[in-house]
Design a protein around this ligand. Structure first.
Ligand code: HEM
Ligand SMILES: *[C@@H]1O[C@H](CO)[C@@H](O)[C@H](O)[C@H]1NC(C)=O
Ligand SMILES: *[C@@H]1O[C@H](CO)[C@@H](O)[C@H](O)[C@H]1NC(C)=O
Length: 514
């Protein structure tokens, strides 16, 4: 009897203390509702298939920044479950530029990606990152690299993409554009990085062991970020599940890279790997082979999925906005009439050359508008090194994570105006419509990141996307496969879950008019 009283007493005290603690912490949280013990986790899970829209909803109701917790247990909550989400342009400028040093990728991200990316540019902070950034930045501004990209894109379009699409027209079969784009950009980035085109885009649509291994490795790496870290560490030691797949696929990736490096050492060319092979430090030493491998792999990761998902959303938007399509085709026609003359057959015989692509401002606006609504990297994470207060007054404790939703920025009325959900390329053009004019007040478009870690491949990506977009729109008209549902996939990249299945018809030459 006495025992029961004691137990009840203790329980009452524990529950009261917990309730008080819960009340005090949740009062400071500004995001979605939190429940005892599990915090906002059930809502996160319930909303996982619309995760970016859920974040955007939360951001809208909290005015641009919120803080939440996925574990409501004393001592653990602040360390493991607490995070800040923002899409406030002033905060973004603060994180990405002004206090750049206080917001690195951080240890969690680096550990998760370490086995795949090593200390490559994508996955490092501080000195290691800065050194590679400087070297790479020099390479990315050269004209020869742009020309190399133009050449790889040109070849894949002419020798393979058009052949595959012509066949689909002839057989009246649908194609999955996203799959074709993933293959195309993979081939291009491999060509650009190590001068070898794996031809994953070819009429038989073959499986490529390197591409498959690379995908498996990135997926397994994502698992590490999504679930508590002890889970993957145990799997890793025992050698099961996604950790086993990661290990196997890393071996394939490594073998492929070793071979690529051997080939380049024998016959250097104008690819990135050859350029890095030539580098010497102050003592005249070249970069070690293992490091080179990682450097190259980082470029492949950076430049592949991003452009292909952007192209997929672009075509989906354009299919649903015929007046935009019409304007794009008219713009390309105007340029080609000037560069290739009146014979319209010449317009569709060869892909664009660099100078032609350069003149397509409306097309660039439509691509930027696509990335505003469907940024290929929908959210990103930063680690807080020292306690800080962000410009909107939010206090962020050291050791916590700040997530910034690039997806939500484009969908806030307070940032992009009442028509923020509309696909309207014109908002990117100067008043006379002649020039591409990104917004002047900085950090409201960060699809290519901003500040010292801005995407190095932005111009190459626009060049590639313009070439592919024109190559398709000039020759074909597209319509969605009836019943096909376009949905977002929950992943670090904004893939379409079921791909983008379309039927193609030839575009008659009479419809090309300047
Ligand atoms: C539509 C296409 C693309 C988009 C939307 C895009 C977006 C981004 C974003 C958001 C980042 C920052 C990632 C982070 O720090 O977490 C980034 C970094 C980077 N991107 Fe891109 N990217 C695109 C295409 C490319 C291409 C084609 C290349 C290479 C040829 C490339 C090379 C890089 C590199 C090297 C970095 C790392 C920069 C650094 O950490 O200093 N990107 N990109
Ligand atoms: C999504 O989250 C909200 C709270 O933010 C919750 O009310 C709702 O039930 C969740 N589930 C779905 C499927 O939307
Ligand atoms: C594109 O490729 C064709 C041959 O396939 C070549 O004649 C043309 O010069 C190339 N253009 C560019 C910009 O590389």
């Amino acid at each position: 009897m006495e025992n029961v009283t004691v137990y009840l007493g203790v329980a009452t005290v524990v529950i009261s203390v917990y309730a008080l603690w819960f009340y005090l912490l949740s009062r400071r949280l500004t995001g979605p509702r939190v429940l005892p013990l599990v915090g906002s986790l059930p809502f996160l899970i319930a909303n996982r298939s619309r995760i970016h829209d859920w974040m955007a909803d939360n951001l809208r109701s909290s005015g641009g920044t919120y803080q939440t917790c996925t574990i409501m247990i004393p001592f653990v909550a602040k360390k493991q479950g607490f995070y800040t989400v923002t899409c406030h342009p002033k905060n973004l400028e603060h994180i990405l530029r002004t206090r750049f040093d206080n917001y690195p990728k951080g240890p969690m991200w680096r550990t998760a990606f370490h086995d795949l990316l090593g200390q490559g540019i994508f996955n490092s902070d501080g000195e290691t990152w800065l050194m590679q950034r400087k070297t790479a930045a020099l390479e990315f501004t050269t004209r020869t690299l742009r020309q190399a990209m133009a050449r790889w894109v040109n070849q894949t379009i002419k020798n393979r993409l058009w052949i595959i699409l012509d066949r689909a027209v002839r057989d009246s079969k649908p194609v999955d554009l996203q799959d074709l784009f993933l293959r195309l950009t993979f081939d291009n980035i491999c060509g650009l990085t190590f001068g070898k085109d794996p031809e994953t885009l070819s009429p038989e649509l073959p499986e490529n062991p390197f591409a498959v291994a690379f995908d498996t490795a990135t997926e397994a790496t994502l698992q590490r970020l999504l679930y508590p870290s002890f889970l993957w560490r145990v799997q890793n030691i025992v050698g099961i599940g996604s950790e086993k797949r990661l290990k196997n696929s890393l071996q394939v990736v490594e073998d492929y890279m070793t071979e690529a490096i051997r080939a380049r050492t024998k016959s250097p060319s104008d690819d990135l790997l050859s350029r890095f092979l030539k580098k010497r430090d102050v003592d005249g030493n070249s970069i070690p082979k293992e490091v080179l491998q990682r450097i190259a792999l980082n470029f492949v990761l950076a430049g592949r999925d991003t452009s292909s998902v952007a192209l997929s959303w672009f075509f989906w938007l354009v299919m649903n906005h015929p007046q935009v399509e019409e304007k794009i085709v008219r713009e390309i026609s105007t340029v080609l009439r000037e560069t290739r003359g009146d014979d319209r057959r010449k317009w569709t015989e060869e892909p664009l050359v660099f100078d032609e692509a350069d003149r397509l401002v409306y097309l660039k606006a439509a691509l930027a508008e696509t990335l505003r609504l469907y940024p290929s990297v929908p959210q990103d994470f930063k680690y807080v090194v020292e306690d800080d207060v962000m410009p909107d007054g939010t206090y962020v404790p050291r050791g916590s994570t700040v997530t910034y939703s690039i997806y939500a920025i484009g969908r806030m009325k307070s940032i992009w105006g009442k028509d923020c959900l509309e696909f309207r390329p014109d908002r990117w053009l100067s008043a006379d419509g002649d020039r591409f004019e990104p917004p002047k007040d900085g950090y409201k478009f960060v699809a290519f990141n901003a500040g010292p870690r801005t995407c190095l491949g932005k111009d190459l990506a626009y060049l590639q996307m313009k070439s592919v977009a024109s190559a398709i729109l000039l020759r074909y008209r597209l319509c969605p496969v009836p019943g096909h549902r376009v949905q977002q996939k929950m992943s670090l990249t904004l893939f379409m879950k079921n791909g983008l299945r379309v039927f193609l018809r030839p575009r008659p030459h009479e419809l090309l008019h300047a």
